[in-house]
Ligand binder design. Structure first.
Ligand code: SF4
Length: 238
């Protein structure tokens, strides 16, 4: 779930140098914390702090964050909140990997909301969103057939979505587009959430083709082109 345009910020705190500590309920395995421009979703282009949690139970064929599958360092929730505060952000995005695969993601989200940030969560849709703080904007991926992980979608999450949440489809081909269009109708997504995002899978489907399909069908969705790939061609660290 790469979604950011990173900037080098010499004063930005790093996960390195913090003290690994605590238990599973209070600690998080973190791949990176960084300050960047939001690359996707409703807040695209806005300066944002990203907390990328380590690990994901899925293996989408187009995954661009395989480096977050393993490794990372363990930190207390308190330490992560302190690192985020060092950037004085308005927007904070918790991403992965699959952040909800770690128990301490839920208290982290609540603590970030308590601190007054506008907090979003990027999730694969494969793990229940029960317990996610109501103030969090959830950006829920629905995995299409060409992702290779369509069987992992937990459709019980859909009735739990709030009006301010967003649903995202990464679309690889025309069959994926038709599948996504069917899901729009099946779950009445346009009336359920604030934004529905259709994103062409990088290198598999052109944004222009997807744009033309959306226009032809007059779909109530937002075409999303990933800013970090347009600007940095998905270079490591961005
Ligand atoms: S959900 Fe899929 S795209 Fe996202 S990190 Fe996991 S494998 Fe990669």
């Amino acid at each position: 779930m790469s979604n950011s345009v990173s900037t080098s910020d010499p004063v930005a705190p790093s996960v390195s140098g913090q003290t690994p500590t605590g238990t599973a309920e209070h600690t998080l395995r973190i791949t990176e914390v960084f300050y960047s421009l939001q690359g996707e979703a409703r807040t695209v282009g806005l300066p944002t702090v990203f907390v990328r949690l380590t690990g994901c139970p899925l293996r989408c064929l187009y995954c661009d964050t395989e480096y977050a599958f393993s490794g990372g360092e363990s930190f207390a929730v308190d330490d992560v909140v302190a690192q985020v505060a060092g950037y004085s952000p308005r927007y904070v995005t918790v991403t992965g990997g699959e952040p909800l695969a770690q128990k301490a993601c839920l208290p982290l989200l609540a603590r970030l909301c308590d601190a007054g940030y506008e907090v979003s969560l990027e999730t694969s849709g494969a793990i229940s969103v029960v317990g996610v703080d109501e103030r969090v904007v959830t950006v829920l991926d629905l995995k299409t057939p060409a992702s290779g992980e369509v069987a992992r979608n937990d459709y019980d999450n859909i009735p739990l979505l709030k009006q301010h949440d967003q649903v995202k489809f990464v679309i690889c081909d025309r069959a994926d587009y038709e599948w996504a269009r069917f899901k729009l109708d099946e779950y009445q997504l346009a009336s359920r959430v604030s934004d529905i995002l259709f994103s062409p899978s990088h290198g598999q489907l052109s944004g222009r083709d997807l744009a033309e399909w959306i226009l032809a069908d007059n779909l109530p969705v937002r075409l999303q082109l990933q800013l970090h790939k347009l600007l940095w061609n998905d270079a490591p660290g961005h």
